[in-house]
Write a protein that binds this ligand. Structure first.
Ligand SMILES: C[S@@+](CC[C@H](N)C(=O)[O-])C[C@H]1O[C@@H](n2cnc3c(N)ncnc32)[C@H](O)[C@@H]1O
Length: 270
């Protein structure tokens, strides 16, 4: 699916002129523009929307996670947005993990450090493989936005193995690259043969696997006009008795969250 042209253009440093207010979104958007990262505009909106969803879910309660591990973080924008949203709280420390640190990650660190001087002390970029993430110790939230193919399953295993909470947006769904048990892959294949979409078939198996491991899962969506790969799987260790099943279930309950309004001037770009 092609992105609407409104959000398919690249973010320019000069776009900061559209974010002159003093809301946290404006301040974060200005810091992002100032970094001069050559990212599609849609990434500003999708990272902000997901960070807001995570903040609302975990930082409105009494015991927010102490540690956030943003796996396959790329430029790491999600972690900076989350830290900015949580700046009134002592928590979390954010660890961005990727097997490669792009130059854009350093540029974002500089620009967010300038805009929010207290935040860099709470942020570390770790060059490592997702398979080596150790999320044990309690109080940890494992994130991954657009974890491609089987990387989503590595992220799930990091959360499950560590007894951590999870927020995962899977991407690049494929029966070939998914790292699932053969019976789960077979169940996903049967679902596809029966007419289910590939994304739902694989993510349904991911939900079933998480529940089998005692996680309580809540699936929702990012707005589709921002990203077509928009399933969001929230999960947390639960007290529910683990179940074993391979039947894919309808997983989407909550309504998509509203986007921050894109600057009206961006419309003239279409
Ligand atoms: C599609 S990008 C997503 C980046 C970022 N989360 C975002 O949404 O902009 C996927 C990222 O996964 C990283 N990656 C791929 N395989 C990985 C692995 N096994 N361990 C750690 N990072 C990995 C890549 O380097 C890349 O930065």
């Amino acid at each position: 699916m092609r992105m609407p042209r409104l959000v398919s253009k690249k973010l320019q440093a000069s776009d900061a002129r559209h974010f002159v207010g003093n809301t946290m979104f404006d301040r974060c958007a200005r810091a992002t523009c100032a970094a001069g990262v050559n990212m599609p505009k849609k990434e500003l909106l999708e990272n902000w929307t997901l960070a807001s969803m995570i903040h609302d879910r975990h930082w409105r309660g009494t015991a927010p996670p102490a540690r956030v591990v943003d796996v396959a973080s790329g430029h790491g924008l999600l972690g900076w947005f989350l830290l900015a949203l949580c700046s009134a709280s002592q928590r979390p420390a954010v660890f961005a993990v990727d097997r490669r640190m792009p130059d854009s990650a350093a540029a974002l660190r500089d620009s967010f450090g300038e805009a929010f001087p207290a935040l860099p002390a709470r942020h570390r970029y770790v060059v490592a493989d997702a398979a080596d993430v150790d999320a044990r110790g309690g109080d940890t939230l494992v994130l991954a936005l657009h974890a491609c193919g089987g990387l989503s399953d590595l992220v799930i295993d990091a959360a499950v193995g560590g007894g951590a909470s999870l927020c995962l947006v899977p991407c690049c769904h494929s029966l070939k690259t998914a790292k699932m048990a053969p019976e789960r892959l077979a169940a996903a294949r049967r679902a596809v043969d029966g007419g289910a979409g590939l994304d739902d078939a694989l993510d349904g198996q991911r939900v079933a696997y998480l529940e089998e491991r005692g996680m309580v899962v809540d699936a929702t969506k990012l707005p589709e006009d921002i990203t077509p790969k928009n399933t969001v799987l929230f999960a947390a260790p639960g007290v529910a008795a683990p179940r074993s099943r391979t039947t894919a279930v309808p997983i989407f309950g909550a309504a998509p969250r509203a986007l921050p309004r894109p600057p009206s001037a961006w419309r003239s770009l279409t």
